[in-house]
Design a protein. Structure first.
Length: 337
């Protein structure tokens, strides 16, 4: 009976997911964001209002658009693909508010390693373009983490670390090549500072953060990636996180998304406290993060904390909230089941 209920739930969620993604209006969403961005800049608003929060929670490429990118690539429609990435970049270069579109466009390569041969063909057709080269670098980055595995360092074999560093070297070569062609793609700096963090090189990590901000002064994505690597498990501290967020949000009039760094800081602390089994502290932090912005990943994190505390009903309510924003997400459905 329970199995039938789970299957029915999955079917309903997938149907809702299809309807939402196929009939959503991305242009209306982006226009709303730009209008609110100009209002904040012109009127010197200091905090996110409910409308801006609601916009930010949805500000990502719909899955149908990512599917379209993958379809163009797999069908070998490289001219159309190049034009679309060029369009995303042009929008971003004209207004930093559009950064999320270019970030999500490259996000399709974070896990889709089967696309590697097609990306090489794309690069063959457009050898001077930064887009296939960065895509290739991101795929190498993914393969590096896959080679390492997800166990603790103490339970990871030397050969796995060698595999990781091998792919990271290939990734760095491609991404540096991307920057030589176009130094204004924020995902490039994000991946390079993450490679440095994985290698334990704090100076190199900061170097790539600094280079990214020099090229894209009001980038949220470069700051987001750097903030994640200031967590204690990466050799940083919560004090560093607080100082970094305080400095970064001073520029929020130029890019209101920078205010979301407050929420990310709470999310990072909650994860750290969970790892230390300090579940009550984790709950306080993730509640504060949700008070800033009601994003799906915050609800997912609080789901985990509630389960740690044995509050299964509250956990179920939060996983449902996460599924509203991420309908059909497999790992959320598994957690709910």
């Amino acid at each position: 009976m329970r199995r039938a209920y789970v299957l029915l739930t999955v079917f309903i969620l997938l149907a809702a997911y299809y309807v939402q993604r196929e009939h959503g209006d991305l242009d209306e969403l982006i226009n709303t964001l730009v209008i609110r961005y100009q209002a904040i800049k012109n009127n010197s608003e200091s905090e996110l209002g409910p409308e801006m929060e609601a916009t930010f929670t949805s500000y990502e490429l719909p899955t149908r658009d990512q599917r379209h990118l993958i379809s163009l690539l797999t069908e070998g429609k490289f001219i159309e693909l190049e034009q679309l990435y060029g369009q995303y970049y042009s929008q971003f270069s004209e207004n930093v508010v559009y950064e999320g579109k270019i970030v999500d466009a490259y996000g399709i390569f974070d896990f889709e390693e089967h696309l590697f041969p097609k990306v090489e063909l794309w690069q063959h057709h457009f050898p001077e373009s930064p887009h296939p080269r960065l895509a290739k670098g991101i795929l190498y980055f993914h393969l590096g983490w896959k080679a390492r595995g997800n166990k603790l360092s103490s339970n990871t074999l030397e050969e796995q670390f060698k595999g990781m560093h091998h792919y990271f070297e290939l990734a760095e070569h491609e991404i540096r090549g991307t920057i030589a062609i176009n130094p204004n793609l924020s995902p490039a700096y994000c991946k390079l500072l993450k490679i440095a963090a994985a290698s334990g090189d704090r100076e190199d990590k900061y170097y790539w953060y600094r280079e990214g901000i020099k090229q894209i002064p009001h980038s949220y994505h470069v700051r987001e990636c750097y903030l994640e690597k200031l967590a204690p498990k990466w050799g940083g501290s919560y004090e560093e996180i607080d100082n970094f967020v305080s400095r970064s949000i001073q520029d929020h009039k130029e890019n209101p998304r920078l205010l979301l760094l407050k929420a990310l800081a709470g999310y990072i602390r909650a994860g750290g406290y969970r790892g230390d089994q300090l579940y009550e502290k984790a709950l306080i932090e993730i509640n504060e993060s949700i008070s800033y912005v009601k994003r799906w990943n915050n609800y997912y994190k609080r789901t985990q904390v509630y389960m740690d505390l044995g509050e299964n009903q509250l956990a179920l309510e939060d996983i449902n909230e996460a599924l509203v924003a991420r309908p059909g997400a497999f790992y959320l459905l598994v957690k709910k089941a």
